[in-house]
Design a protein around this ligand. Structure first.
Ligand code: NAD
Ligand code: NA
Length: 395
């Protein structure tokens, strides 16, 4: 079939297998020339199909020949209806990994559930024995608690006061003010239940009790901080509370792994266009200004560049360069004073009329469509493609 992008607000309902494949192969190429010395060997990636999780899987596999198990929640294709992009990404990754003699298998289902955890544990026991790294990179709006069955929904709201600031509709380029009412009721607790650290800890507890974690095991989850501009809706909002919880969980995990000298870390990553971040108000305007400034300075990175730096210059380097709160920071270039000062200046000037010049709206849009395999360089979109692609290592 011929597949075209079909957008509804900040989501795209279709995705392109060849474009997704090209994105994955480009990331593999990037990592092949940047190997990780003493990198991980047996890696579980939870949230492995898109964004930072996919980049982590690729960096593990192609940076240090790691065997990888990927867990994700993606929609398979049906006749005439393309799969979600993470499906095609995983198909492309596993196809290439197998060609290159790398072990790569995956499990598609709800990582929050006991069933998927048990299935993953069995696969580790059967195929890998022990693992030396778990990357936790889930981004989800909902979680069903595995023990109580309660379904929690996360919200992206400020705490206390209504937040008013500019945002951009990146499809139309219209910059306009939006107001977001403060959270109420159980919003904070619910958001912590979905995006906090409870599930991460459950995974590690299970794997530890089954004795499948090797000596010096590491686990890393991803967090975000960002500038004062987005603070009210992000870091000091409901999602920020969940990130606080996630960050505190890293220390609990480290405490629980003393016997094997295991470590739990949070890495604070840069703001990037992903399916998760395009849903957050104000962030798209911030990102389009940030991209402009960082590209001008020659320090722009995508997911793969971020994770390559995380592995090679932090996790597997001499010095993790932890901040005062014990976090790994690869948002260091985003947060540089000169970068933030420039973004803040541009923010004051940003209107529908000025944004195409002062911001990188085109870069934002390209990245957004790239997530779904569209607008990828070197792909012929007029060519018929088979939407019924299989993931070779799917269990
Ligand atoms: P993403 O949407 O690209 O990836 C989410 C992954 O989680 C996918 O693999 C998806 O299949 C999987 N997933 C979602 N729900 C699942 C479920 N119930 N069971 C199994 N798998 C499930 O998101 P991302 O932007 O790469 O975010 C990953 C992490 O990085 C998040 O914690 C996010 O907060 C953090 N982060 C993101 C940014 C950013 O700007 N995008 C910046 C810093 C940190
Ligand atoms: Na991810």
């Amino acid at each position: 079939m011929i597949i075209e992008p079909k957008t509804r607000g900040f989501i795209c309902l279709t995705s392109h297998p060849t474009g997704c494949e090209k994105n994955v192969l480009n990331q593999i190429d990037y990592i092949k020339s940047r190997p990780t010395t003493n990198g991980p060997k047996n890696v579980l990636v939870i949230g492995a199909s898109t964004g930072f999780g996919l980049a982590s899987r690729i960096t593990s596999a192609y940076g240090s020949n790691a065997s990888t198990i990927g867990v994700f929640f993606e929609k398979p294709p049906t006749e005439g209806r393309p799969a979600s992009p993470g499906w095609y990404n995983s198909a492309a990754f596993e196809t290439q990994a197998h060609k290159d003699g790398l072990y790569a298998k995956s499990i598609n289902g709800d990582a929050f559930s006991n069933e998927i955890k048990a299935q993953t544990l069995k696969l580790i026991q059967d195929d890998l024995g022990k693992i030396d790294m778990v990357i936790y990179s889930l981004a989800s709006p909902v979680r069903t608690h595995p023990d109580t069955g309660e379904r929690f929904k996360s919200v992206l709201k400020p705490i206390g006061d209504t937040f008013t600031n500019n945002t951009v509709d990146f499809h139309t380029g219209v910059v306009k003010e939006i107001s977001i009412a403060p959270c109420s009721g159980d919003d904070i607790d619910n958001t912590i239940a979905v995006m906090g650290g409870e599930d991460w800890k459950m995974w590690i507890d299970l794997l530890k009790s089954a004795d499948v974690l090797s000596e010096d095991f590491k686990t890393v989850a991803y967090s975000y901080i960002g500038p004062s501009l987005t603070e009210a809706v992000y870091r000091k909002g409901t999602i920020g509370r969940a990130k606080d919880h996630l960050e505190a969980t890293a220390f609990e995990i480290t405490d629980s792994l003393k016997a094997i000298n295991g470590k739990g870390y949070v890495s604070v990553n840069k703001a990037l266009v992903t399916q998760a971040s395009s849903a957050i108000p104000v962030i798209p305007l911030y990102i389009s200004l940030l991209y402009k400034v960082m590209k001008e300075e020659g320090i722009h990175e995508g997911c793969i560049e971020q994770i390559e730096r995380l592995f090679n210059e932090r996790l597997y380097a001499e010095d993790l360069q932890l901040d005062e709160q014990g976090r790994i920071r690869v948002d260091d270039w985003e947060m540089r004073d000169d970068i933030q000062a420039k973004v803040l200046e541009l923010w004051k000037e940003a209107t529908t009329e000025t944004l195409p010049n002062i911001g990188d709206l085109e870069g934002y849009k390209t990245d957004f469509f790239n997530l779904f395999g569209f607008n990828v360089e070197g792909v012929d979109y007029d060519k018929d493609v088979n939407e019924m692609v299989a993931i070779p290592g799917l269990q």
